[in-house]
Write a protein that binds this ligand. Structure first.
Ligand code: HEM
Length: 129
């Protein structure tokens, strides 16, 4: 195990989560995206992009096969998966938008994931509830 690897197997990056080769991102959009529309963007239909939402912000993860069907992170696709990200869970039942009631430590993990996604994926809108 590499010395910068943590218990979950994740390689710890510098705390700002900047990727080695930062992609050129588009200006963030705040178009409303319904829960139904988001659900279509779960990677199963190739005529739709693949989206993951965190705290209501929708990221386009289409370019990363990690979120494709059959890959474990597909569980996050097509929904607001805030709670699962905060809790380091891959369970489908944890992939839900509620995070406000979580302890500060998990809120911190969630914020870190938000930063991680912000540096890698275009923001295409906000979930409309
Ligand atoms: C033994 C368990 C695990 C291993 C070995 C593992 C391994 C990895 C590896 C190698 C990466 C790519 C590293 C990078 O791009 O910086 C990654 C990314 C990721 N992991 Fe895990 N992981 C594990 C558990 C989990 C769990 C429990 C979660 C639940 C939150 C999770 C969520 C993610 C997410 C969201 C990414 C980012 C994918 C991306 O957009 O690039 N992982 N993981």
């Amino acid at each position: 195990m590499a010395e910068n690897e943590n218990e979950s197997g994740h390689v710890e990056e510098p705390k700002n989560f900047t990727p080695k080769d930062p992609p050129k991102l588009d200006p963030p959009k705040d178009d409303p995206i319904s829960v139904e529309e988001l659900a279509k963007c779960d990677g199963t239909d190739s005529s739709y992009p693949t989206y993951v939402a965190i705290m209501g912000t929708v990221f386009d993860v289409s370019g990363n096969t990690a979120y494709s069907p059959k890959n474990p992170y597909n569980v996050f696709a097509g929904k607001d998966a805030s709670r699962a990200l905060a809790q380091s869970s891959l369970k489908a039942e944890d992939c839900k938008p509620e995070w406000e009631d979580l302890p500060d430590k998990e809120k911190g993990v969630l914020k870190d994931w938000f930063t991680f996604f912000s540096k890698r994926y275009n923001i295409v809108g906000k979930v409309q509830h």
